[in-house]
Ligand binder design. Structure first.
Ligand SMILES: [Mg+2]
Length: 256
C-alpha cells in the first residue's frame, strides 16, 4: 500500500502535530491537503488537560480545522469506562478537560469516592496523593489516563503525568486507560467510524504505534517526540511502525 492510498488519518497531538503552543513543521499544510483531497482526519491524545470540545477549538484556532467528533481523549475514555461500569461518583485528579468529560456522563466528583481517575494535573499535591493512597489500600480502583513522561511546550520540557503515576503505584496497582491500553482501544473502536485497512495511525510514541498496530491499522512514527532511530532498532514487534517520518512535511509530499 502506498501512502497515497489511505483514506483515514489518525493523528496524535502532543509532539506529533504540536508542541502545545505551536504546531510542528508541516502540520497545518498536511491537514489542509488531506481535507482538500477528501480524506478523513481524526485526532487522539492521552493528554487530559482539555476536553474533546476544547481540543477541537484549540486545533481550529491554530489553523487545523476540527470538530469535537473528530477528537478522542483519554479523559473521554475514562468517562466512558466509568459510565459503562455504572459508576455514580469518582475522585478525579486532573484539570478541566478531565472534569468536563466526567461531568458529561452525569458522574459526581467526590473525594469520598472509592474509585479514582488520575489525569495530567499540574496541581498534583501531597493531599491528593494521600487520598489516592487510601483508595489503593482500601482496594478501590484507580485509572490513570496516560503513561506519558514529558510535556513539551515549545522548547520547554516538563514532567507529564508519568511521574505522578509512579508515586501512586508506590502504594498498589493502578490501571491505565490511556494508550496503548485495551480500554483506549475499545472506546476508540466504538467512537470512530472507520475501516482499518485504509487507515493510517500516526504518533511519536511507541504507545501510539502499538495501539495503531493492535487496531489493525498501518502505522507511521514521526521522529519529533519519544521515538528515535536508535530506539526503533530495539523496538518490540508490536511497536514497529510501517513508516518512519522525520516530519509531517514528508508525509504531505507523498500523498498529493
Ligand atoms: Mg505524542
Amino acid at each position: 500500500m502506498e501512502l497515497n492510498d489511505y483514506r483515514n488519518f489518525f493523528f496524535d497531538l502532543d509532539r506529533t502535530l504540536w508542541d502545545w503552543d505551536s504546531t510542528l513543521i508541516g502540520a497545518e499544510d498536511l491537514v489542509y491537503t488531506l481535507n482538500d483531497t477528501g480524506r478523513n482526519v481524526y485526532f487522539h491524545t492521552d493528554n487530559t488537560l482539555l476536553s474533546r470540545k476544547a481540543y477541537a477549538e484549540k486545533l481550529t484556532s491554530m489553523g487545523i480545522p476540527a470538530e469535537e467528533s473528530q477528537v478522542l481523549t483519554s479523559g473521554f475514555v475514562a468517562a466512558e469506562i466509568l459510565a459503562k461500569t455504572n459508576t455514580q461518583e469518582v475522585y478525579a485528579v486532573g484539570e478541566q478537560g478531565l472534569v468536563e468529560e466526567i461531568g458529561l456522563k452525569d458522574i459526581q466528583i467526590s473525594e469520598e469516592a472509592s474509585k479514582a481517575v488520575v489525569g495530567f494535573d499540574r496541581n498534583f499535591n501531597y493531599d491528593k496523593l494521600s487520598r489516592l493512597k487510601e483508595i489503593v489500600e482500601e482496594d478501590g480502583k484507580i485509572y490513570t489516563c496516560s503513561t506519558e513522561k514529558v510535556f513539551k511546550r515549545r522548547a520547554d520540557s516538563r514532567p507529564h503525568q508519568g511521574a505522578f503515576n509512579s508515586a501512586i503505584k508506590h502504594f498498589g496497582d493502578v490501571g491505565n486507560v490511556g494508550k496503548p491500553s485495551q480500554a483506549f482501544r475499545d472506546v476508540f473502536d466504538d467512537y470512530f467510524d472507520y475501516f482499518p485497512g485504509k487507515s493510517l495511525f500516526i504518533g511519536d510514541r511507541f504507545a501510539d504505534i502499538e495501539i495503531g498496530n493492535e487496531l489493525g491499522m498501518d502505522t507511521a512514527a514521526v521522529l519529533s517526540g519519544q521515538i528515535t532511530e536508535e530506539k526503533l532498532k530495539k523496538a518490540e514487534d508490536e511497536q514497529v511502525p510501517d513508516y518512519v517520518l522525520t516530519g509531517l512535511h514528508k508525509l504531505r509530499r507523498r500523498i498529493i
